[in-house]
Write a protein of this length. Structure first.
Length: 573
């Protein structure tokens, strides 16, 4: 390549970068690259600190913090054990419900499908609080009933590793159901029909045909769920703390909250958990990109369901029991407790009150936390939709060199526990020249970082359905990039943008793992406030606060459904 030609290429590249489109693209990429990578630089630095834990920057470096983890592997072992048990249970719940609803003729399929999704919006924190009230060994409602019937020892003990795994699986089973159901819906049923024609029974067809065909989806779901459960915080905190059972996330929280805080050991724990989680996500990506089990061809087919005869209503009962345990029972339990002066099974007069809600809403910190959650939810959703929409366009529509690397950076927070990201941010932003630690600005930056994969994936799913010729027509007609974006691209992406806005708002309103390490006296939000109430106030006030949070998320979800249906024209003639 000659010198003049090389100079011309460089000049054209610089000229494109100096356009408004190029500058905006570069700014968005640099912003999110810094948000994702900046905390991990400090997290690694702190994990290698072997000198004064409070020194900034560290004066001595070494691997002694990691050596300490190897000498006491119990916490990491607890984490992996609970995650494995919960993953197995979640996959069983998800597969059983998906098979019943999409491969058999059970009544009320549409309603049950919507109800199974409800536990995700109920949040694991609320579920853990409810099951603590239901099945704690001394004061749990179910154990109180057992004692009243003559029992001597607790019938149930939710404050055990199996109890924690049970609650985690109930609420992660919804995620497993959605992922496995997607494979069930798109699976060609002809092989199952051939199995029936050859004389195989329904159970044999399930185990020898259906299960192998969806095996890639099940394996991929299992690894994804396992990675999610490794970073779980709510259930281990609420249910494990009374029995002094710690996993990595609760140990990180304890180390960060003690005085003086032991940040180096907490950072080493976080990085160790990240390595396990990244490994799980690597295998997940390998499985979902595998084509060795492909059963969907170009041949048209119509999904058909099996008539289960006498088993129809028992199968309907299986799904109903899951909905009861994961959604109905937790909500009813918290409602019962929140309306009582003293939580009990008694139906006596004078125990019912609205005072718990009045107390919760009357407390200054709680009102501030609710207000801050709403402000942060609105800011995260609005700013995140704009910036993440640009990122999605950059990755899937632009010709930016290295946009594949940008996609990996964008997806990186999905492969790292939020508690670990928060720990890196805790250290990174305290040394930042601009004092934002302990303010809502830090929480906003944290939310934009951890929810980056959620927003980009939601918007990208719509961008990938949009034919590029529509945008090319605008450019051929002389439209500038901003004009094309405003008049063509954004209107066509409106359903995806609205869905991303509402999902980001809901995720912000229910977030705990990130918030609990980064909140300050003037930047409290609702989820950490519920944890504070659980540790310092009565169960009744905590239940009221949990239901207030559930109401906020529920209203947001109803608005999401209504607005989305109106925008895309559902239900119109």
């Amino acid at each position: 390549m000659t010198g003049p030609l090389r100079a011309r290429i460089v000049w054209n590249t610089v000229a494109r970068a100096l356009t408004p489109q190029g500058l905006l693209t570069l700014g968005v990429v640099l912003l999110f690259g810094a948000l994702v990578l900046y905390p991990f630089v400090f997290l690694g630095q702190v994990a290698l600190n072997t000198g004064d834990p409070q020194a900034r920057p560290p004066q001595e470096y070494g691997l002694s913090n990691f050596a300490g983890l190897l000498q006491n592997p119990k916490i990491l072992g607890n984490t992996i054990y609970v995650a494995i048990v919960a993953t197995v249970l979640a996959i069983v719940f998800g597969f059983a419900n998906a098979w019943i609803l999409f491969r058999t003729c059970v009544p009320g399929q549409r309603v049950l499908e919507q109800l199974i999704a409800f536990p995700y919006y109920l949040t694991p924190l609320v579920g853990a609080l409810a099951w603590s009230v239901l099945a704690s060994p001394r004061r749990g409602f179910l154990n109180q009933l057992w004692y009243a019937l003559g029992g001597v020892r607790p019938l149930l003990n939710i404050n055990t590793p199996l109890g924690i795994a049970w609650v985690m699986a109930l609420f992660e089973g919804t995620v497993a159901f959605v992922m496995i159901a997607a494979a069930m819906k798109s699976m060609d049923p002809s092989l199952e029909e051939v199995s029936h024609v050859l004389g195989a029974g329904k159970l044999r067809t399930l185990t020898r045909v259906t299960l192998p065909m969806v095996a890639p989806a099940i394996l991929g779901t299992a690894i994804f769920v396992f990675a999610e459960l490794l970073g779980s915080f709510s259930a281990p905190l609420i249910l494990g703390s009374p029995a002094r059972f710690y996993v990595v996330t609760t140990a990180i929280w304890e180390l960060a909250m003690r005085f003086p805080p032991d940040y180096p050991l907490a950072a080493a724990m976080g990085l160790s958990l990240s390595v396990v989680m990244l490994g799980a996500m690597y295998f997940y990506r390998r499985i979902i990109t595998s084509r060795s089990y492909v059963t969907i061809t170009g041949k048209a087919f119509r999904p058909r369901r099996m008539d289960m005869g006498r088993l129809t209503w028992p199968l309907f009962g299986v799904v109903s029991v899951y909905v009861l345990l994961a959604a109905v029972l937790p909500v009813v339990t918290l409602l019962w407790v929140s309306f009582q002066r003293l939580a009990s099974l008694s139906l006596g007069d004078g125990v019912w009150t609205l005072g718990n809600y009045a107390t919760a809403l009357g407390m200054g910190p709680i009102r501030a936390a609710i207000g801050n959650s709403l402000v942060l939810g609105f800011a995260t959703a609005t700013l995140g939709t704009f910036l993440m929409g640009l990122l999605a366009w950059i990755i899937y529509r632009s010709h930016l060199p290295g946009r594949g690397v940008v996609e990996y950076v964008v997806m990186f927070p999905a492969a790292v526990p939020r508690m670990v990201l928060a720990l890196g941010m805790l250290w990174a932003w305290t040394v930042f020249p601009i004092p934002i630690y302990g303010t809502l600005w830090l929480l906003l930056l944290a939310y934009l970082t951890v929810f980056l994969p959620l927003g980009v994936r939601t918007i990208a799913s719509v961008i990938l359905q949009l034919d590029q010729s529509v945008e090319e027509c605008a450019r051929v007609c002389g439209a500038s990039w901003f004009y094309q974006l405003r008049t063509v691209t954004v209107p066509l992406l409106r359903p995806g943008l609205i869905a991303a806005w509402m999902l980001l708002f809901i995720a912000s309103a229910r977030e705990l793992g990130t918030s609990i390490l980064l909140t300050g006296p003037d930047s409290k939000v609702i989820a950490p406030a519920i944890v504070d109430a659980w540790s310092s106030s009565g169960t009744e006030i905590t239940a009221a606060m949990a239901l207030i949070q559930t109401a906020l998320v529920g209203v947001a979800w109803c608005v999401l459904l209504g607005v989305t249906r109106r925008v895309v024209g559902f239900g119109t003639d």
